[in-house]
Design a protein around this ligand. Structure first.
Ligand code: GCO
Length: 259
């Protein structure tokens, strides 16, 4: 493949990407990767100050970025954000539904409200924002939707039941989006991160017993780095994947491949 071919295929220049939960963690890493590939970024987080600070860092690095803080569980805020995009002529070409929370305890001890909070944040938010984005992508005849799943989209472990249910839902919501929106030039896919070095997993990283178990389960024998998701994200966000739809690509160090 010539240098020009490989570069243009993965070029995001001229595209605008909204990445939820992109002021830190996996979303931040993906947003930074998109910016380096030429995209204009809409940075989202629940904390306006942290979101704006992230935007300033993107701009200081020479990238185009603006802030759009909202909680993905606040449907009114999501609808208002897209109304603002419409009013300002901002077309979201690429949506990454990354925002999510974790809550660990035995399933039998979860209150229904605690269950709902995880489902609302990790699954319903992706539906609401995906719907609002697709309403604008369909008339344009193009769009990229990337939902962030998990190894928990396929496998379960004790104490993360609501998260596992939500991430399993992400895997099939992605298929539902793909089958309804592919004819409109939209590719909807998911990325399933393995055990990544993020704030959400600090409690696990600092637990020797968990680490020993995890290293026995991962062929790569190490935690993944957030930047190791960027290549897959750019692939799914770019013209390199125009006939890929409904797939979940696992970036997990081989964990799902192992017995
Ligand atoms: C946990 C972790 C996992 C990872 C990741 C695995 O408590 O087991 O939080 O859920 O975050 O999602 O793919």
């Amino acid at each position: 493949m010539s240098e020009n071919m490989s570069t243009s295929l993965f070029d995001l220049s001229g595209k605008t990407a909204l990445v939820t939960g992109s002021s830190r963690g996996l979303g931040r890493a993906i947003a930074e990767g998109f910016a380096k590939a030429g995209a204009r970024l809409v940075i989202n987080g629940t904390d306006p100050a942290r979101t704006q600070a992230a935007v300033e860092e993107f701009r200081a690095a020479g990238h185009q970025a603006e802030a759009c803080p909202f909680n993905v569980t606040d449907e009114d805020a999501v609808v208002s954000a897209f109304a603002r995009f419409d009013a300002e002529g901002i077309a979201i070409d690429i949506l990454v539904n990354n925002a999510g929370i974790q809550h660990r305890k035995p399933l039998v001890e979860f209150t229904t409200d605690e269950w709902r909070r995880v489902i609302e944040t990790n699954l319903t938010g992706a539906f609401v924002i995906g719907r609002e984005a697709a309403k604008r992508m369909i008339p344009r005849g193009s769009g990229k939707i990337i939902n962030i799943g998990s190894l928990a989209s396929e496998l379960a472990r004790p104490t993360v039941g609501p998260y596992t249910a939500a991430k399993g839902g992400i895997r099939n919501l992605t298929k539902a989006m793909a089958v309804e929106w592919a004819a409109h030039g939209i590719q909807a896919n998911a990325i399933g991160p393995g055990y990544m070095l993020t704030d959400m997993n600090q409690a696990l990283m600092s637990n020797p017993d968990f680490n020993n178990w995890l290293m026995s389960r991962i062929p790569s024998k190490r935690w993944g780095r957030p930047d190791e998701l960027v290549g897959t994200a750019i692939f799914l966000a770019s013209d390199a994947s125009t006939y890929v739809n409904g797939q979940t690509i696992y970036v997990d160090g081989g964990m799902l491949a192992a017995m």
